[in-house]
Design a protein around this ligand. Structure first.
Ligand SMILES: Nc1ncnc2c1ncn2[C@@H]1O[C@H](COP(=O)(O)OP(=O)(O)OP(=O)(O)O)[C@@H](O)[C@H]1O
Ligand SMILES: [Mg+2]
Length: 390
């Protein structure tokens, strides 16, 4: 039985998921979650604590799955991630597009100055144009003289990527590939949503990751350095309660829309350092949460507006990540951005690790189908970023 494993080192938790190929599809065998004690603001600040967290999450997943794993796909996120659109143009050598033309045009699109301390994590083709005729998704075999590629390039700090790989290696794992976490979360979107136009927002512990699709292609990605920890800190400060209690209150009684709560609903606030607990109206708690989330949603709106397509993203917004669970957050976003909003159905905090597993599975399945074909030889012979293309 061939198994696949995924590792998501988030800012609050490390998750591992193991799956296998069964009856033509991916079956999840087990998952494990450990606290991310070596992380601060989405980057690794303590190697040993992170290694221990990885080992704990992997052991738990292995136990549940009944198999052991040695290779993972790992997610990468954080405010060091930058992305932009680029274009490449080449002459078609033999009047008909072959793999080599596609490789050359993508190399041309990639030939933009990237600082030495950064690396390309993904190069995602949006469309190809042949002799100025656009909208082409697969140019192979098409006739013409001039091939143009429009791509979305995601880059990240080499040091951050290396630290992820280093921690996984120290935990006894080989990292087969590194994948942008939000791109993995976007696996929870369906084909139609991506075609119609959709905004995926993954609201995690310290960042909110955005991916925007239109006509099946990624047109924009962004990372906003605000997540659930900021809300927890606001509550702890505002109510003078310990962080752990603020976290509990947020999850149990938090609400993103003050207007939904009656004036007579009361909750208990535990005191710091042995001080007495106090009663508080649930509305006051929402008064702390709502402005922070409204600010975040407005920032998401500004990212959406960068695409100049807000009104044609017909599938609206899909929310995921642990912080999407704040009560009434979809309603607040719907009201603020005037777009339809839905939250993913099950375990939004595991969307990334599940998406990573699917990405790995899809990649392996493609390899099986393409074995010994030209594209296989090509993908084996070129750099990692080319994996996204075939
Ligand atoms: N029921 C809930 N209500 C409100 N917030 C919640 C709930 N459950 C989890 N959260 C919040 O979700 C956040 C963690 O989400 P998630 O697990 O997606 O983050 P992460 O992947 O560790 O972080 P990041 O993606 O930012 O690196 C925490 O801030 C936590 O407080
Ligand atoms: Mg996350």
């Amino acid at each position: 039985m061939k198994c696949f494993a995924a590792l998501d080192i988030g800012s609050t938790k490390i998750a591992c998921m193991i799956g296998c190929h069964e009856e033509g599809s991916l079956r999840v065998l087990g998952k494990g979650v450990a606290p991310a004690l070596g992380m601060r603001k989405g980057t690794i600040v303590h190697i040993d604590a992170t290694v221990q967290g990885i080992q704990q999450a992997v052991r738990e997943a292995e136990k549940a799955a009944g198999v052991s794993v040695d290779t993972v796909i790992a997610g990468i996120s954080g405010s060091h991630i930058q992305s932009f659109n680029s274009t490449g143009i080449v002459a078609i050598r033999d009047k008909e597009v072959v793999y080599d033309d596609v490789r050359r045009v993508l190399e041309a699109a990639r030939a933009v100055a990237i600082p030495v301390d950064r690396e390309t994590i993904h190069m995602l083709p949006q469309e190809y144009l042949i002799n100025d005729q656009g909208g082409i998704r697969d140019p192979l075999g098409m006739s013409g003289v001039r091939l143009e590629a429009k791509v979305h390039i995601v880059t990240g700090s080499t040091a951050v990527a290396q630290n992820i790989i280093k921690c996984a290696n120290k935990a006894g794992l080989h990292v087969a590939e590194v994948c942008l976490a939000s791109l993995a979360s976007a696996q929870s979107l369906c084909h139609d949503e991506k075609e119609l136009g959709v905004v995926l927002i993954d609201i995690g512990g310290s960042t909110t990751d955005i991916v925007i699709f239109k006509e099946g292609a990624i047109i924009h990605t962004a990372i906003i350095p605000i997540g659930g920890s900021h809300i927890t800190n606001d509550i702890a400060l505002g109510l003078r309660t310990p962080i752990a209690e603020a976290e509990k209150m947020k999850c149990l009684h938090g609400c993103a829309l003050t207007s939904l709560i009656g004036f007579d609903e009361m909750v208990e606030v535990p005191g710091v350092g042995g001080r007495r607990a106090q009663a508080l109206s649930r509305r006051s708690l929402a008064d702390i949460i709502e402005p922070r989330l409204e600010e975040l949603i407005l920032m998401v709106g500004r990212e959406i507006d960068k695409t100049h397509m807000r009104h044609v993203l017909s599938a609206g917004i899909v929310m995921t990540g642990g912080s999407s669970l704040v009560y009434a957050l979809p309603e607040l976003a719907e009201f603020t951005l005037e777009m339809p909003v839905k939250r993913v159905d099950a375990s939004p905090e595991l969307s990334t690790v599940l998406g990573l597993l699917r990405t790995r599975y899809d990649r392996e399945q493609k390899k099986v189908h393409q074995k010994n074909t030209v594209s296989d030889r090509l993908t084996r012979s070129v750099s990692a970023w080319m994996r996204d293309l075939f």
